[in-house]
Structure formats: structure tokens, C-alpha cells
Design a protein around this ligand. Structure first.
Ligand SMILES: Nc1nc2c(ncn2[C@@H]2O[C@H](COP(=O)(O)OP(=O)(O)OP(=O)(O)O)[C@@H](O)[C@H]2O)c(=O)[nH]1
Length: 780
């Protein structure tokens, strides 16, 4: 359980530290994702715009090239018509002066005129006397001719006044300009441009024909011929040394993109202009969709980040709360543990002399004896009672009596070895436990010394010199007893024998002093056959819940129903069973008998409560224990929930590993485990945490005087809160009075057990109480 707690704490700690890095990491990750997303979004939009503008430029270039080629071809026809007019040989002058392009279906030319070499009009398809539109070109051709520098073709301008817009005068010399005439024609640029009406150039898009001198010749804007040449793109004029060029006016995405193409043989250039904003506008719907998608995705990312951050924060807070409550719990447990240690320390020393008191002596002596069992050393318990101490009190007063008691304690401590144990049992009774004694003689010698030492005059006790002596009884371990109680009892007997001998002497315990020793040998002799003859039986004592006085459990207690001596209590025969190695078979018998009895109650329709079985230290170290329990349960078809196991603190001292394994196996099949006689051993909090224990039973020695002894009350109160903190149920044993019961109820104790409510009785006698279920609170 401790290691689980440690793993849990480590987990919490690692989670807590990781939380600190996880939240900013989630933020950074989310932010990076958003930046990437929007970079992608803008890059895509920019790329698409760039591609669209590129495609527009390319299409403009293509259109300009096509229009230029077309115009070149139409203009080329003027030279052809000139050759036809001169009869194929231009040097020979006019041979077919009446050639009209309209007559051969060429609608690009509106009119034709023929001049002789002197510039005299000899033919006009419009039957005019003069051709006003051609006249400026004719004049120029005549001038050029006189200078000897005739141009292969002269191209004029549409009239500036707007009348006759798109009409382009052309003049082609016939043959040698000096000897032949001139062929003039009016080219309908509107007709040529209107062929491209269907070309989709968008709003503000135009195809423009521009004279190389920069003057516009004709404009097709938005599919219609336009007279307005002041609009954007209308002056897209190529530099003299370039045949084609693309340029833009204004910012790339808002201005106009123009592609100009120069005709190879004529002083005309074609400019195709498209409005970038219109081109890009076509993409805007799509780009809006992209924007919407990016916004939705960003919102999702932000939402996810917020959820992740929120849940991480939430988790963090939860972990923090768990860690805090763990910390508080630990502090509380530490506090209670300290309180318990303090209370035990207070309760373990004699207030007057400062040496250990009876309780402390019993604990220390018990553990000494445990060691003695392993080491096989001899121990001696010396029981001192001052002679006629009452007289000191009576004659010199209690204060002097107290001083004498202190002085006696001091002399005793000074006379024994460091590791020997000196305690005051109460009144004028002291005990000394001599450890690891080499022989009985050694004890005799030491006892004689001690008698002598304590018999010396106590000088100046509050101004009085006091004379006294001790009577000393000695019991040896293991000869005179195996337990502290037995040794105390027998040393006490020996001390009385010393008193009887006239005081101021010591006496060893004599077995014959013990009236029951004969009975003891008799019981020892019969014990084996008692097992065989089934002379043991079970009695049951109820455990009662303090909140509603319901019977919540029973404790099964073994009795020996001796044919001659009647009921014998376990204290009298368990040591025999231990001595004769019968403790384990006896324990098995109890387990089986309890299961049998539960099955019987079940069959009789008696309401069941869990029945606690006392498991001895020997049994706990028997690796067959879980098997035995399971076999008995199965044999009598009893569910594990109906039995409980009670173990003592002291039974856990040796071979804890095996004991723990057995307890875990039992707990594993659903059997509850209670720690009996709690407070008498040395089990601390660590043991309670490590073992699968469900309840602690506070030892009767703490309950006996709980109303008057504040130390006991503190120990019980701290045990209750400690146990509750660990989730354990607290049962108080040995409750013999209503006062004790009320005190325990007020202290928060869960259950009680004791003579006050019910002495242990037979199965038959306990059945009515089980049927009644609730205990009727006794009035006394
Ligand atoms: N001064 C003092 N007296 C105590 C204390 N505790 C008990 N006593 C007294 O110790 C006396 C014990 O007397 P006993 O041992 O019964 O009788 P005794 O006079 O010693 O006679 P014997 O033991 O027969 O020799 C009683 O009078 C008690 O009141 C204490 O703490 N201080």
C-alpha cells in the first residue's frame, strides 16, 4: 500500500510538472498551426492572382498578335490592289483604273481611288471629284516623290473631328512613284475591330489600334467601337525598338494590363488592355470561399486549443487538489502519530519516579521475552514490595513517602545493569527484569545485593532518616512462566512468600505455591484427547454499531468444555496448545466450527452477521491458512463475506512477509481482517497502511479507565481519528459500563463489544439476538 501511495504521488508530481509545459505547448502548437494555415491561405491567393494575371497577359499578347496579323494581312491587300490597278507591273502605270475592292467582296475597304503620277484623281469608287480623306497622304506622297524618297505605303489618320471615325486612309504608290500613279483606299478599321467583338476582355477591356506616331486609330472597348481614347490603356505605346511588350498602369492588381504588338510592315501597333481588378474580381468569389474556410478552420483550431487548455487546466486543478488533500492527510496523520507517541510516552512512565510504569513494563518485557525465546537465554523477574511502607506515609507524611519511593527507584536503577528493566507497578511495588542471566546463583546474589541496598537508611528525606526494606519475589523465565503476566503473577506469589518469611528477604517462585499447577498438569495431560473427543466449543459475543445499536458482527471465542472442570477459558489452555504444537490444528478446528455454525444458522433462517475468528501468530505463519479457510467455507457452502479474521499486533512481528501474504490471500477472497488488541504492541501507522486491514479493535486496557484517565482517552481519540483517516472501522473491546459506551460514542468510535452489552454465549443463546437484529439499550 505504501509503494502504491508512492507511485501515485510520483504520478501526480510528474503530471503536475508536465501540466506546466503542456499548456504553453498546446498554445504554441495551436499558434503555429494558425500561422501555417494563414500563410498557406495568403500564398494560395497570391499564387492564384499571379497565375490569373499571367494568363490574362498571355491572352492579351495572343489577341494582340492575332489582331496585328489580321491587320497586316488586310493592309497587305492594299498593296495587292495597287498591283492589280497597275496591271501587275507597277512600273507601267495605271492599267485597270476602275478596281474597287468592294466589288471583289472585300468589306474592309470602304472606297478606292486612283491618281496619276501628278496626283490627279483618275478614279473614285465613290464618284468623287476629290478624295478629301486621301488628299493629305497624296500631298505627302507627291512631296516624297519629288524628293526621290517615296514610301512603299502611306497610312493616314481618321478625321480628327469624329466624322468618319475608324476610316483609315491608305495610299500606295503604283510602280515607280515618279512615273506611275497612286492607289488610295479607305480602310474600315471599325469593320476589322468589330470581328473581335466577341472576345471577352471584361469591363474596361479594349483592343486599340495606334499609329506609330502615337495617335489612336480605333478602339474596341467592352465589345463596342469607341470614340473615347482617353480611357486607361489607350496610350499603350511601344518604344520604337520593340515589337511587343506588356506593361501595366497603376498597381498590378488594380490597374490595367496592356500588351502591345507592332505590325511588322506598317506603322501601326495593336494594344490589348484588360482591367486587372476585373480579372482578379473573377477570383474573388473563390477567394471568399477560401477565406471562409480558413476562418472556420481557425475557429475550430482555437476552439480545440481552448478545450485542450481548459481540460489541461482542469486536470491540473484536480491533480493539485488531490496533491493538496494528500499533503493535508499526511500532515494530519503525522500529527496524530506524534500525538499518539506523545500520549504513549506520557502514559508509559510513572509520574513520580520517572521510570517506566506497569503498561510500559509489560510492553518492554513482552518484547524482551520474545527475544529470549529466540536466544534461549534465562531471564529473571524480581518483584519488590517495600515493607511497612504504609507506616512511613502514616508517620512521616505522603511527601516523605514519595521521596522514599523516588529514592528506591534511584537505588534500583543504580544497582542493575543498563539493559535491565526497572519499573514501578504502582504503590510501593517495583519490578526488575534481569536480562540474559547466566545462572540462578547470579540472580540470588544480585537479589541479596538489592535487598541490602534498599535496606540501607534513606538519609534526609525531607529532614527524616527513613528505614525500610524490600520483600522480593523472583520468577525465572522460562521455568516459572512464559509470559510477562505469568512471570508477574508468580513473582508476586514469591514476594508474598518472602513477606510471610518475615520481610526484608527474597524468595524464588516455587511451583507448589501455585494451587493451579496441579490442574495445569492435568489439563496438559488431557489436552490431546480433548481434541480427539471434541471437547471444544464456541461461544459468541456480539459487536454492536454505536450509531443504531444494530448487531453488526460476532466474535467467536473458543472454550474447553471439560467434563470435570466445566468451561475452561482460552487463557488456561492456549499456552498448552502452543507447548504441544496443537495450536494450528486447534485453529483449524475453530475455522471449521465457525463455518459449520454459520451454515447451521443459515439453514435455521437466523439472520447472518460476519463472525470473527481469532487467528494466532502460529496460524498466521502457516502457509496453509488461506487453503484451510477456503476449504472450510467450501465444505459448508458459506460465503466468505460471513467470516472475518482477527489478528493481534504481536502476531505480525515475526515473519511479516508470510503473514502479509496469507492476509492478502484471505483479503483477496473477500474476507475482512481486523487488528485485535490494538495499542498493546508496537504496530504503528506503517503496518496499518501496509496490510489489508479493515478494522482496528482498541485493546480493553485503554477502555477500562477511559472515563478517568486522560492519557487513555487521548490514545483512544487519536486512534479513532487515525483509523478513520485510513478508512478503518474502530471497535472498542471490553466495554463494561454505560459510561464507557457513551464516552466511546461521543469520541466517534464505530462499534463496541463487551460485558456491558453481552457476555460471550453459546450459539443457541445468541440466535435470538441475531433474530432481533438490534440491541435494546440497557437501562443501567
Ligand atoms: N506516598 C505515597 N504512598 C503511596 C503511593 N501509592 C500508594 N501509596 C501507599 O502505599 C501503601 C502501600 O501499602 P502496602 O504495601 O499495602 O502495605 P505496607 O504498609 O507496605 O505493608 P506490607 O506491604 O505488608 O509490608 C498504601 O498506604 C498506599 O496508600 C504514592 O504514590 N505515594
Amino acid at each position: 500500500m505504501l509503494s502504491l501511495l508512492a507511485v501515485f504521488k510520483r504520478r501526480c508530481a510528474s503530471l503536475l510538472t508536465s501540466q506546466h509545459t503542456l499548456v504553453p505547448s498546446a498554445f504554441v502548437l495551436g499558434l503555429a498551426l494558425l500561422v501555417y494555415l494563414w500563410a498557406l491561405h495568403f500564398t494560395r491567393i497570391q499564387n492564384e492572382k499571379k497565375l490569373a494575371l499571367q494568363a490574362t497577359t498571355e491572352s492579351s499578347q495572343n489577341i494582340a498578335a492575332i489582331v496585328a496579323t489580321n491587320l497586316e494581312e488586310v493592309l497587305g491587300r492594299a498593296s495587292l490592289y495597287a498591283r492589280i490597278t497597275s496591271g501587275g507591273d507597277q512600273s507601267s502605270g495605271v492599267s485597270s483604273p476602275h478596281f474597287n475592292p468592294q466589288q471583289v467582296g472585300d468589306s474592309a475597304y470602304l472606297r478606292a481611288a486612283v491618281y496619276d503620277r501628278d496626283g490627279k484623281l483618275i478614279y473614285s469608287s465613290a464618284h468623287q471629284r476629290t478624295e478629301t480623306e486621301l488628299q493629305p497622304l497624296l500631298d505627302q506622297a507627291l512631296r516624297d516623290g519629288r524628293r526621290g524618297d517615296p514610301a512603299p505605303i502611306l497610312i493616314g489618320h481618321p478625321p480628327a473631328d469624329g466624322n468618319g471615325a475608324w476610316r483609315l486612309p491608305i495610299l500606295v504608290p503604283l510602280g515607280d512613284a515618279r512615273s506611275a500613279g497612286y492607289y488610295g483606299a479607305i480602310l474600315d478599321l471599325g469593320y476589322i475591330l468589330s470581328r473581335y467583338r466577341e472576345v471577352e476582355l471584361g469591363q474596361g477591356g479594349s483592343i486599340e489600334l495606334i499609329h506609330s506616331d502615337g495617335l489612336p486609330l480605333a478602339v474596341l472597348r467592352e465589345g463596342a467601337l469607341s470614340l473615347d481614347t482617353r480611357l486607361p490603356g489607350s496610350h499603350s505605346r511601344l518604344p520604337g525598338d520593340m515589337d511587343a511588350l506588356t506593361f501595366s498602369s497603376g498597381p498590378t492588381d488594380l490597374g490595367y494590363l496592356s500588351s502591345a504588338h507592332r505590325l511588322a510592315h506598317y506603322p501601326i501597333q495593336v494594344a490589348v488592355t484588360q482591367n486587372s481588378a476585373v480579372v482578379l474580381g473573377r477570383l474573388s468569389a473563390q477567394h471568399h470561399e477560401y477565406l471562409l474556410r480558413s476562418l472556420v478552420f481557425s475557429a475550430v483550431v482555437i476552439l480545440v486549443i481552448l478545450i485542450v487548455v481548459f481540460s489541461l487546466r482542469h486536470q491540473h486543478r484536480l491533480h493539485q487538489a488531490v496533491a493538496n488533500s494528500e499533503q493535508e492527510k499526511k500532515q494530519l496523520i503525522d500529527l496524530l502519530e506524534q500525538e499518539k507517541i506523545r500520549a504513549l510516552a506520557l502514559a508509559s512512565h510513572d509520574y513520580l519516579t520517572g521510570i517506566p510504569n506497569r503498561r510500559q513494563f509489560q510492553q518492554l518485557a513482552a518484547s524482551e521475552l520474545k527475544r529470549a525465546r529466540r536466544s534461549r537465554n534465562l531471564y529473571a523477574l524480581l518483584f519488590f514490595d517495600l515493607d511497612r511502607f504504609k507506616l512511613v506515609n502514616d508517620n512521616l507524611g505522603h511527601a516523605v513517602g514519595d521521596l522514599l519511593l523516588k529514592a528506591v527507584a534511584g537505588r534500583l536503577q543504580a544497582a542493575v545493569r543498563n539493559y535491565d528493566l526497572v519499573a514501578r507497578l504502582g504503590g510501593d511495588e517495583f519490578v526488575v527484569l534481569l536480562s540474559e542471566i547466566p545462572s540462578e546463583d547470579f540472580v540470588s546474589q544480585l537479589a541479596a545485593n538489592l535487598v541490602q541496598e534498599l535496606s540501607k537508611t534513606y538519609v534526609d528525606l525531607d529532614g527524616h532518616n527513613v528505614e525500610t526494606s524490600p520483600s522480593v519475589g523472583i520468577a525465572l523465565y522460562p521455568r516459572d512462566g512464559q509470559t510477562v503476566d505469568d512471570l508477574l503473577l508468580h513473582a508476586d506469589h514469591a514476594m508474598y512468600s518472602a513477606k510471610a518469611k518475615g520481610r526484608g528477604v527474597f524468595r524464588f517462585y516455587d511451583a507448589s505455591l501455585n494451587a493451579s499447577s496441579a490442574r495445569r498438569s492435568e489439563l496438559t495431560a488431557r489436552f490431546k484427547s480433548a481434541m480427539h473427543d471434541n471437547e471444544f466449543c464456541l461461544h459468541f459475543q456480539p459487536k454492536v454499531a454505536l450509531d443504531d445499536f444494530a448487531v453488526v458482527g460476532l466474535e467467536a471465542l473458543i472454550r474447553w468444555d471439560h467434563p470435570e472442570h466445566g468451561l475452561i477459558f482460552p487463557g488456561d489452555f492456549i499456552p498448552l496448545a502452543e507447548e504441544q504444537n496443537y495450536i494450528i490444528p486447534l485453529g483449524r478446528w475453530v475455522i471449521d466450527a465457525v463455518c459449520r455454525q454459520i451454515a447451521q444458522w443459515q439453514a435455521d433462517g437466523v439472520p447472518l452477521v460476519p463472525v470473527a475468528i481469532n487467528v494466532s501468530a502460529h496460524q498466521l505463519r502457516d502457509n496453509r491458512l488461506p487453503e484451510d479457510v477456503m476449504a472450510s467455507l467450501a465444505r459448508h457452502a458459506v460465503s466468505p463475506e460471513w467470516i472475518e479474521i482477527e489478528i493481534t499486533e504481536t502476531s505480525l512481528i515475526e515473519d511479516t512477509q508470510l503473514a502479509r501474504r496469507n492476509l492478502e490471500s484471505l483479503a483477496g477472497i473477500g474476507i475482512k481482517i481486523a487488528l485485535d488488541d490494538y495499542g498493546t504492541g508496537f504496530s504503528g501507522l506503517s503496518m496499518l497502511k501496509q496490510l489489508p486491514i479493515n478494522a482496528v479493535k482498541v485493546d480493553r486496557s485503554f477502555i477500562r479507565d477511559i472515563r478517568n484517565d486522560t492519557d487513555d482517552a487521548v490514545i483512544v481519540a487519536s486512534t479513532i481519528s487515525l483509523a478513520h483517516n485510513l478508512g478503518l472501522i474502530v471497535v472498542a473491546e471490553g466495554v463494561e459500563s454505560k459510561d464507557q459506551l457513551l464516552h466511546l460514542k461521543a469520541a466517534g468510535c464505530d462499534q463496541v463489544q463487551g460485558f456491558f452489552l453481552q457476555r460471550p454465549v453459546s450459539a443457541q443463546d445468541i440466535a435470538p439476538l441475531l433474530r432481533k437484529r438490534h440491541y435494546t439499550f440497557p437501562s443501567t
